[in-house]
Structures are given as structure tokens and as C-alpha cells.
Design a protein around this ligand. Structure first.
Ligand code: MLT
Length: 327
């Protein structure tokens, strides 16, 4: 009898200290955000012996990606995974990661996030937005999709309305290509494509697939103007309320989930690209001349953003880390 009471008391006390966190995802289940989120959830539960559990809310159920940054920083939301372009408005120096044609491959993305540049992004986001980056989903290069025709050159976009994130750098890149972009929240994008409010958008293959964009888009340009990385963030107030061992567990789970995300991208992207064509009837076009016109026009906007990213030297630091010439 005494043993049973002790067991019941133990169960009660574990329940009292256990917490279930809410994690917002902008994308649907099945993409890189979801893979990072479920991996983090599994790891944190293991590392804290079940003290911390995480429930995932995909598809923007907890608000637009930009709303989730505010909510996490105000303590109204525990965790969010969102695209880096939706963090930049809160912490402009992060823009160095979304300047067109800086990051051109998964290896580049890993080099920057694992190095000094990545650490600065973590520090600056904490300072500017009150959220801590715990890890990264690597989603791949953003590919342009549209419902109208094959696009190999920027001129082929003439007359089309293209949805872009509410991100100054990406808006400027499209303007440099001669397009009048339509900035829309991510959560509104599928419906806008479906209803023909916009003709196209850009996102990585894995995201195009998870979001079922093949239902409303036919053509893909195999471009790589921005590499999509998706930070996992926690509100700093929530992080500071944890005890030391929980903080340690959260940081470790974030790091390990990041490593998993990189392997997931390398293992999945080609097969998903192939299935978009073979199973979903999308048509892929290579950018003309090795993407030269796209690169030349889009990189001409770099100087407009030197101030917001913290000076030209910040871009040069990133390019040098990637083994390239300074701008
Ligand atoms: C966007 O296009 O707003 C985002 O990159 C989408 C995403 O979070 O996957």
C-alpha cells in the first residue's frame, strides 16, 4: 500500500514538472521544417526523460511565420520553425544570408551556419528579436515556379505576377529582373496561386512538394538565387526560465536536429525533384547561360543592402568564408 502511494505521488510530481511545448511550422507536414521539428521533439523528450514534450502545429496554424517571431519573443509561443527570409525584417543583419547568390549550395549553407557568420546571426537575432536560434533546417535552393510557361531568362517573366515573401532583399531581386513582385505572407501563398491572384513563386523542391504546389503550378526553373534555411527559434524568456540541465538539453537537441536536417536534404532532394516531374507532371527548365543574366542582375542589388546587413565587410566575411572573392 505504502509503495502504491509513493508511486502515485511520483507520477503526480513528474506530471507537475512536465511541460508540453507548442511548435509552430509555416510549412505543411512532410517538408524540411517538419523533419527538423519532429527530430528536435524526439531528442528533447529523450534528453529530459520526458520532462519536455513538443507538439507540432504545421501549415501556419499558429499564425504567419512573421507573427510567430513576435509571439515567441513575447512568451505567447514556445517554438517556431520558419524561413530565414521571414526573420530578416526583425533582425536585418540576417539579410546577408538572403542576399541573392551568396549561398549557392548545401555545403555553403552548412559552412556559414556552422561558422562565425552563423554565430553572429544567432547573437544578433537574440539581441534584435528576443528569440534564440537553436538549430537550422536546410531546405535547398529556391526554385522559381509558375503556371504560365517555361522560364529560362528573366525576360520570360514579363507580364507575370510573382509572389515574394515580405522581405526587402527578395523584392529588390525581382525588381532587378524586371518583375513587379507581389509581397504576400507565406500562409496566403497557396490560395493566391490557386485563385490566380499571382502566377508564380519560389521555394525549394522539398517545400514545393510538401505544400503540394504542383496542384497549382506547372513550370519550375532550376534556379538557385537564394538558399532556404529555416531556423528553429525559442523565445528567450522561455529559454531563461529553464534550469541549466534543460537548457543544455535544448541546445544539444537543436544541434543534433540540425545535423539530421542536412543529411535529410542530401538524401531526399533529388528523389523529390524527380517525383515532381514523374508523378506530378511538373516541367523543369534550366536557366539560360548557366544562370548568368539572373546572377548579374540580382547581384547588382547587393550595395543597396550594405547598411542594413552591417556594412559591406559583413558580405565580404561571408564570401571569404565560402572561399570566394570579396564583393
Ligand atoms: C516563404 O516563402 O515565405 C518561406 O520561405 C516559406 C517557408 O517557410 O518554407
Amino acid at each position: 500500500m505504502g509503495g502504491a502511494i509513493a508511486l502515485a505521488l511520483f507520477a503526480l510530481s513528474t506530471q507537475a514538472s512536465a511541460a508540453t511545448w507548442k511548435m509552430a511550422l509555416g510549412d505543411a507536414a512532410g517538408g524540411t521544417q517538419y523533419e527538423l521539428g519532429t527530430t528536435f521533439a524526439k531528442l528533447i523528450e529523450e534528453k529530459t526523460d520526458g520532462e519536455i514534450k513538443v507538439d507540432l502545429f504545421p501549415n501556419g496554424q499558429l499564425g504567419s511565420e512573421q507573427d510567430t517571431v513576435n509571439n515567441a519573443s513575447m512568451g505567447l509561443l514556445d517554438l517556431s520553425v520558419l524561413a530565414i527570409n521571414n526573420i530578416t525584417p526583425f533582425s536585418p543583419t540576417v539579410g546577408v544570408m538572403t542576399l541573392p547568390y551568396v549561398i549557392r549550395s548545401p555545403e555553403d549553407a552548412k559552412t556559414l551556419t556552422h561558422g562565425k557568420v552563423g554565430q553572429e546571426m544567432v547573437d544578433n537575432t537574440l539581441r534584435d528579436a528576443g528569440v534564440r536560434i537553436l538549430g537550422w533546417a536546410y531546405s535547398g535552393c529556391r526554385r522559381l515556379t509558375n503556371s504560365e510557361r517555361p522560364v529560362a531568362n528573366p525576360e520570360d517573366l514579363k507580364g507575370m505576377s510573382i509572389r515574394v515573401p515580405k522581405n526587402e532583399i527578395m523584392i529588390a531581386a525581382y525588381q532587378a529582373w524586371g518583375v513587379n513582385p507581389n509581397p504576400l505572407a507565406w500562409s496566403e501563398t497557396f490560395t493566391a496561386l490557386q485563385q490566380g491572384v499571382v502566377d508564380g513563386q519560389d521555394n525549394p523542391y522539398i517545400t514545393i512538394n510538401a505544400m503540394k504546389f504542383y496542384e497549382v503550378q506547372k513550370y519550375v526553373t532550376d534556379s538557385c538565387y537564394v538558399f532556404s534555411m529555416e531556423p528553429l527559434i525559442i523565445g528567450e524568456g522561455m529559454f531563461q526560465s529553464l534550469d541549466e540541465s534543460q537548457q543544455q538539453a535544448v541546445l544539444e537537441a537543436g544541434k543534433e536536429a540540425t545535423e539530421h536536417s542536412y543529411e535529410y536534404l542530401l538524401a531526399q532532394e533529388d528523389a523529390i525533384k524527380k517525383s515532381l516531374v514523374d508523378e506530378h507532371g511538373m516541367e523543369i527548365t534550366e536557366p539560360a547561360d548557366d544562370e548568368k543574366a539572373w546572377v548579374d542582375q540580382a547581384t547588382s542589388i547587393w550595395p543597396q543592402f550594405y547598411d542594413s546587413i552591417g556594412g559591406k565587410e559583413k558580405l565580404d566575411e561571408a564570401l571569404t568564408a565560402l572561399g570566394r572573392e570579396p564583393a
